[in-house]
Design a protein around this ligand. Structure first.
Ligand SMILES: Nc1nc2c(c(=O)[nH]1)N[C@H]1C(S)=C(S)[C@@H](COP(=O)(O)OP(=O)(O)OC[C@H]3O[C@@H](n4cnc5c(N)ncnc54)[C@H](O)[C@@H]3O)O[C@H]1N2
Ligand code: MOO
Length: 390
């Protein structure tokens, strides 16, 4: 059996970054920027007022000083000219600061009488001027690769970049397998259950920037599996669910092999998720997940998520680990790396009492997976453990 780290390395060797395409900014959130984006202007392009008030020469600003208001500057409409001694300009937030002015007195700090203002005795000391280029300068770059956040999209817009180069979104074909499965909303027979992790995985992959193709459930026969695999043509990644173990009806491995899948590994020393397989299948990559609902979801976080990141140009990195102190003890671990369903609270992290890999209620109540290395000794309250956020 291969280790989790070994399996990840093998997956990284199989995964390739997808080609780059140009998309309009409004479609860019969540996509991965492929090359640095370069600002096409300074922001702000002029020294601007940060407040509503009066622009004047700082040297003349002192309590009781009086100024004549000789003009107005608003956002989008500057004051052309230069106030003389004892003169000021009415100014609003976002307006260019007039020539000769280097301070804005906020309007709360003046009394106004017709076209005259008097500065109060409690002047705040700020100049309230945003220098030109304070946010960015022409030529400044937003680095790549990066997954574009809503904040990044706002910044790109401000840089006057209407479209960006991003990696193509990976398309994942999902194949559930099993005679026992029906779709949510259907009428299950007495021995049937609802295909569940199929939907959980689809949601996970979409949240990671993939598009998905949900294929019909493959039944436990070679013919049905073959027919369903054929429908996955053109996908970047084919993910099967179930039929991966050693039972007589676990046919995913044999049928994939028949279709030319070059297997990179089968079985990983982890819990849950042992009967995992991966390889290349024609132009696509294939990952065969175990059928137990929690096992499939855990493998989605631990293995499929990093593969989707590589495909989007983000480079080969394992799921991000954090550390927290235990708020309840843990027994010693067995020989497989264990991903325990757990709840992280301000008091620490605690594994759920029931860890069977069929329990979606427990998974749904968890927000973390504690990672226990193979053969880890008992751990006490307060001991630090690694975890993944889910
Ligand atoms: N003799 C052994 N038996 C098993 C071993 C083993 O090493 N030796 N491994 C066990 C482990 S660990 C796992 S995990 C499972 C995985 O088996 P499969 O990948 O072949 O999965 P299935 O048998 O098809 O299904 C397992 C379980 O999950 C349910 N299932 C399947 N697909 C879905 C779905 N899309 N949505 C909801 N539930 C699903 C299925 O009905 C079964 O109950 O094998 C152990 N056995
Ligand atoms: O590995 Mo299985 O995934 O333990 O339930």
């Amino acid at each position: 059996m291969i280790s989790v780290a070994g399996a990840l390395d093998a997956l990284f060797a199989l995964a390739r970054p997808l080609p780059v395409e140009t998309v309009p900014l409004r479609a860019a959130a969540g996509r991965v920027l492929a090359s640095p984006a370069t600002a096409r202007r300074d922001q702000p392009p002029f020294a601007g007022s940060a407040m509503d008030g009066y622009a004047l020469a700082n040297a003349e600003a002192h309590t009781g000083a009086r100024f004549r208001v000789v003009g107005e500057a608003a956002a989008g409409r500057r004051f052309d000219g230069r106030p003389g001694p004892g003169e000021c300009i009415r100014i609003f937030t976002g307006a260019p600061v007039p020539e000769g002015c280097d301070r804005i007195i906020i309007q709360e700090d003046v009394t106004r009488d017709a076209d005259m203002i008097t500065l109060s005795d409690r002047l705040d000391r700020g100049t309230h001027i945003r220098p030109a280029g304070a946010d960015f300068r022409i030529g400044d770059q937003l680095s790549a690769p990066r997954r574009l956040s809503p904040s990044d999209v706002a910044l790109l817009a401000s840089m006057n970049i209407p479209q960006v180069a991003v990696h193509r979104a990976p398309e994942v074909a999902l194949i559930s397998t099993g005679d026992e499965l029906v779709l949510p909303g259907e009428d299950p027979g007495p021995d049937q259950i609802i295909a569940s992790n199929t939907y959980g995985l689809e949601a996970l992959f979409r949240s990671l920037g993939a598009t998905t193709r949900l294929l019909p459930i493959a039944r436990d026969s070679r013919a049905s599996l073959r027919a369903t695999f054929a429908l996955a043509q053109g996908a970047d990644l084919v993910v099967t669910i179930g039929g991966a173990s050693v039972g007589d009806h676990d046919l995913v491995g044999p049928v994939a092999a028949e279709l030319g899948m070059q297997q990179a590994f089968y079985k990983v020393a982890m819990r849950p998720g042992k009967p995992l397989m991966a390889g290349r299948l024609g132009d696509a990559m294939m990952i065969g997940l175990p059928g137990n609902p929690v096992s499939a979801m855990v493998c989605g976080h631990v293995f499929v998520a990093p593969v989707l990141r590589v495909m989007q140009g983000l480079g080969p990195t394992a799921a991000l680990r954090s550390r927290a102190p235990l708020s309840a003890p843990l027994p010693r671990n067995g020989p497989r790396e264990h991903y325990l369903r757990a709840l992280l609270t301000p008091e620490g992290i605690e594994a759920a009492p029931r860890q069977d890999s069929s329990l979606l209620t427990v998974l749904s109540d968890s927000n973390a997976l504690i990672i226990r290395p193979p053969d880890a000794p008992e751990a006490a309250i307060g001991d630090l453990v690694d975890f993944l956020t889910i």
